[in-house]
Design a protein around this ligand. Structure first.
Ligand SMILES: [Ca+2]
Ligand SMILES: [Ca+2]
Length: 383
């Protein structure tokens, strides 16, 4: 097919793709299916069916199999050969990437962080306003199946971990991994998906963190990483403000997998309205841990599951009990150093108290336990 020199090749064969992101779970927030509606002769691409307020990426490739990129770096100056000819792979295929599969958009904005009921520990106060930039977050805790898939790839590509990860079943959350394992797994997930790494062993952000135990440097606009504590709490609150839990002010086993602690024949906490004492009866079967399949309860307003209960979730931040008194007001990321990393949300073993959105605990980053897991976040607007 003869191409006129002034004609962009995309008009010759405008085969256009739209990536399809279907949610893992059916929920009130459905997965996106971007639709490229049109591509006009003046070079305007129109894509619909994207989530309002999210950040979409338009990418091009010279072949249908890629490589996909969002830059025009392939169109560099070329030296004309002795026949007066140049040959260059030019953009021909386009795709639009919306919210990634199995993740939800947490839109940018301020929220009130901390214990508005003055009922928690002192480390949950003062309540303070934090602006958090938009990010994507895994709908669910990382499952044992998701962990294993990336883990197996990772150990064949230069990564090493302290724990191999456990799960009661493939659809249950992975547990018994330490903070370092979770961080390195995020890096492996990024590398496998051809995204930039988030974690590095050097301040110049050139050496990806794959082995050993370090306090890594972070490329905040990189790939998959743990949520900051502020990101986690904003996400957990799911559009609500000043509520105790991700859905409201009271909790029962119809809403989360936790341990209903009783004294004198009734729940110890006034906001624990559960009708039975102890572990969740549906999941307290066989041997411990009594985790539940991820997504067994209703999602919160952002479409996130198990932000209270099932497994505690590792966050990025070093823990400081006084941090809220001096927290930055925008994208706070915790103290610059410390001994423990933050965990959030409570687990199957936890009292209602620990399932409150404001609650904070901390763990030794070297240690894993059968009620500790995690989920990842991803900055929007990247290739
Ligand atoms: Ca959880
Ligand atoms: Ca606490």
């Amino acid at each position: 097919m003869k191409r006129q020199s002034f004609h962009p090749a995309r008009f010759v064969l405008p085969l256009i793709l739209a990536t399809i992101s279907l949610g893992l779970l059916n929920s009130s927030v459905s997965g996106q299916t971007p639709v490229i509606e049109s591509f006009s002769q003046n070079g305007e691409l129109t894509c619909t069916n994207l989530q309002p307020g999210s950040v979409a990426m338009v990418e091009w490739a010279p072949t249908v199999n890629g490589p996909w990129t969002n830059t025009w770096a392939g169109l560099n100056p070329l030296t004309v050969d002795s026949n007066g000819t140049i040959r260059v792979q030019v953009p021909m295929f386009y795709r639009v990437r919306g919210v990634p599969a199995d993740m939800v958009l947490i839109p940018a904005g301020e929220f009130q962080m901390g214990d508005t009921f003055t009922e928690g520990a002192s480390d949950e106060r003062p309540v303070h306003t934090v602006y958090v930039s938009a990010f994507y977050m895994d709908r669910t805790e990382v499952t044992a199946a998701q962990w294993d898939e990336v883990y197996q790839w990772a150990i064949g590509h230069g990564y090493s971990f302290d724990f191999e990860g456990s799960g009661k079943a493939p659809t249950h959350p992975v547990h018994s991994i330490n903070w370092h394992d979770a961080v390195k797994w995020c890096n492996a997930r990024s590398e496998r998906a051809l995204r930039a790494w988030a974690y590095y062993t050097d301040s110049g952000l050139t050496q990806p963190y794959r082995t050993g135990k370090v306090a890594p440097y972070v490329r905040w606009d990189g790939g998959y990483r743990l949520p900051t504590e502020a990101e986690w709490e904003k996400a957990a609150r799911g559009w609500l403000s000043g509520k105790r839990f991700p859905w409201g002010d009271t909790i029962t086993h119809s809403q989360a997998n936790y341990w209903s602690y009783w004294e004198s024949g009734r729940p110890y906490y006034t906001y624990d309205l559960n009708a039975t004492e102890g572990y969740h009866p549906t999941y307290a079967t066989g041997s411990m841990p009594y985790t539940s399949p991820v997504g067994s309860f209703s999602a919160n307003g952002y479409g996130l599951y198990d932000m209270a209960g099932n497994v505690w979730e590792w966050c990025w931040d070093w823990f400081s009990g006084s941090y809220y008194s001096s927290s930055p007001t925008s994208d706070s990321r915790g103290p610059g150093s410390g001994s423990y990393r933050v965990l959030r949300g409570g687990g199957w073993i936890s009292r209602a108290w620990y399932c409150r959105a404001a609650d904070r605990i901390y763990g030794n980053p070297d240690c894993g336990d059968s009620n500790l897991g995690f989920r990842a976040v991803l900055p929007p607007g990247q290739p």
